[in-house]
Design a protein around this ligand. Structure first.
Ligand code: HEM
Length: 171
C-alpha cells in the first residue's frame, strides 16, 4: 500500500507538472490566457490532465462475461487494457482533441481512470497541479524552454507517459 501511494502519487503528479509545463510553453497563447485570467486555473489543470495524460492506461481489467464495446464483443475471461490516452483524445467527446484549450470543458476525461478503481489521489493531484502551475508561472514570469522540443526524450514505458527531463530557464 505504501509503494502504491508513493509511486502512484509521485511519478504521476511529477509527469503532470513537467508535461503540463511543456504543453503550456509550446502553446504560448494558452499560457497567456491562463496568466491573464487565473480563474481558468482549475479548468486548465483538467485540460492538462486530458491533454498530457500522465498514465497511458488504467489498472488492468478482466471480463467476467462477454461485453460489447464499440461494436466489438470481448469474450468472458479476457484481459482488457483500457487506453485512457486514446479515450482522452476521442474526437466524439472532445472537439479538436489534439488542441490544448485551457478554457475547454475537459470534464469526463479519464486521466484518473473510472469506476471502482478510480484514482484515490485525484483530489490531491488536482491541488498539487494548481499550486505548482500557479506558483511556477507567478514566481518565474520568464520561464522558458532551454531545449528544442523535438530533442526532448520521452520515457520508454507502456504505462508512464512522461519526459526523461525538461530543461528550462527560470529567468
Ligand atoms: C496526476 C496525477 C495522477 C494521475 C494521472 C493518476 C492516475 C491514476 C489512474 C489512471 C489510476 C487507475 C484508475 C483505474 O484503473 O480506473 C490510478 C489509481 C490510483 N492512484 Fe492515482 N493518479 C495520480 C495521482 C495520485 C496520487 C497523488 C495518489 C496518492 C497520493 C494516487 C494514488 C492512487 C491509488 C492508491 C490508486 C489505486 C486505486 C484503486 O485501485 O482502487 N494517485 N491513478
Amino acid at each position: 500500500m505504501l509503494w502504491l501511494l508513493l509511486v502512484a502519487g509521485h511519478e504521476t503528479t511529477t509527469n503532470l507538472i513537467a508535461s503540463g509545463i511543456l504543453a503550456l510553453l509550446t502553446n504560448p497563447a494558452e499560457l497567456d490566457r491562463l496568466r491573464a485570467d487565473r480563474s481558468l486555473l482549475p479548468g486548465a489543470v483538467e485540460e492538462l490532465l486530458r491533454y498530457v495524460n500522465p498514465l497511458n492506461h488504467a489498472t488492468d481489467r478482466f471480463t467476467l462475461e462477454p461485453a460489447e464495446i464499440g461494436g466489438v464483443t470481448i469474450p468472458a475471461r479476457e484481459w482488457v487494457l483500457c487506453v485512457t490516452s486514446s479515450a482522452n483524445r476521442d474526437p466524439d467527446r472532445f472537439g479538436d482533441p489534439d488542441r490544448l484549450d485551457v478554457a475547454r470543458d475537459a470534464g469526463g476525461h479519464v486521466a484518473f481512470g473510472h469506476g471502482i478503481h478510480y484514482c484515490l489521489g485525484a483530489p490531491l493531484a488536482r491541488l498539487e497541479g494548481e499550486i505548482a502551475f500557479g506558483a511556477l508561472f507567478d514566481r518565474f514570469p520568464a520561464l522558458s524552454l532551454a531545449a528544442d522540443p523535438s530533442s526532448l526524450r520521452w520515457r520508454h514505458s507502456s504505462l508512464i507517459h512522461g519526459l526523461e527531463s525538461l530543461p528550462v530557464r527560470l529567468r
